[in-house]
Write a protein that binds this ligand. Structure first.
Ligand code: FES
Length: 302
């Protein structure tokens, strides 16, 4: 049984935006549709947008989704997020925002949020008459997972946007690797390559910020201090506002490859059924962004 948040269940049981938008010839608006996934692969989403032509504002949207609880709830969340946005604003909606809107999704269901983001892009590209980027052999690095038809471009993107560090996480987000498994080694190589690229770009931006020509890395003590600072200044205020809190308990592996950050969840967070999602979204994602991509957050109960 999946551990769904109340918001996921609410949107699954009472979706308000399911259906089709037909072109009725209404002046000043245009209907556009984007489709992603396939019923054969288990999930499919068709998204219909009604766009005000002069402002490019999404004045209405509907979805038709074949899939599980998370797929339906993610589709409903997507529509609620994009109504009233311009197409340019909607293009910035990420799968992370969809998952956050839902109060989190089980890790193995994160691909539902990615499917929502992709259907939105497909509908907007369609509206603008731009062909969707292919995910075939002419793609950057070509097809990686033949079982699910997933390209290297798509895998790189989901790793970057969600700070993924394991092949298992990639499988959860885009299904690649979840079939015969023969592409898992390739996925590991892509993760390493993205991590190297991001280490270079973080180094470059740190150098720009500091105005110095240095690629100096944080020492173990500096890393722990930064974790504490991010928790105190960026994470705790959000949790406290919701009646919860978090305390740093321990950090292991500081001088090795992966940082294991152990935390005590307190207040409402400690008893909340969606505390795993809280960990992943509110704490782990933020620490990966600010401290290190190679970081895992674990809740402890001493
Ligand atoms: S090729 Fe990726 S799971 Fe089979």
């Amino acid at each position: 049984m999946w551990d769904y948040t109340d918001k996921v269940l609410e949107l699954f049981y009472n979706p308000k935006n399911q259906g089709v938008l037909e072109d009725t010839g209404e002046p000043g608006v245009k209907i556009s549709t984007g489709e992603i996934g396939s019923i054969a692969c288990g999930d499919a989403l068709r998204l219909h947008l009604k766009v005000q032509v002069d402002t490019e504002k999404i004045c209405d949207a509907r979805f038709q989704t074949f899939g599980c609880t998370s797929a339906i709830a993610s589709s409903e969340a997507l529509v609620e997020l994009i109504k009233g946005l311009t197409l340019d604003e909607a293009l910035k909606v990420s799968n992370k925002q969809i998952a956050e809107y839902l109060g989190g999704l089980p890790e193995a269901k994160m691909h539902c949020s990615v499917m929502g983001q992709e259907a939105l892009e497909a509908a907007i590209y369609n509206y603008r008459g731009i062909p969707l980027p292919t995910h075939g052999d002419d793609d950057e690095g070509g097809l990686v997972c033949t079982c699910f038809g997933i390209s290297e471009t798509k895998i790189r993107r989901v790793i970057r946007e969600n700070n993924l560090i394991t092949a298992e996480e990639v499988t959860n987000y885009v299904k690649a690797g979840g079939g015969c498994g023969s592409c898992l080694a390739n996925i590991d190589d892509i993760i390493t390559s993205v991590q190297k690229e991001s280490a270079i770009s973080v180094g470059t931006s740190l150098n720009k910020t500091n105005g110095v020509q240095s690629s100096k890395r944080l020492t173990p003590v500096q890393k722990i201090a930064l974790i504490q600072k991010v928790l105190d200044e960026e994470v705790r205020p959000v949790l406290i506002a919701d009646g919860g809190d978090v305390e740093l308990y321990d950090v292991e592996g500081v001088s090795e490859g992966v940082l294991h950050v152990k935390v005590l969840l307190q207040g409402a967070c400690g008893s909340c059924s969606s505390s795993t999602a809280t960990l992943k979204i509110a704490i782990e994602a933020r620490l990966r962004e600010r401290v290190s991509h190679n970081l895992v957050v674990e809740a402890v109960n001493p």
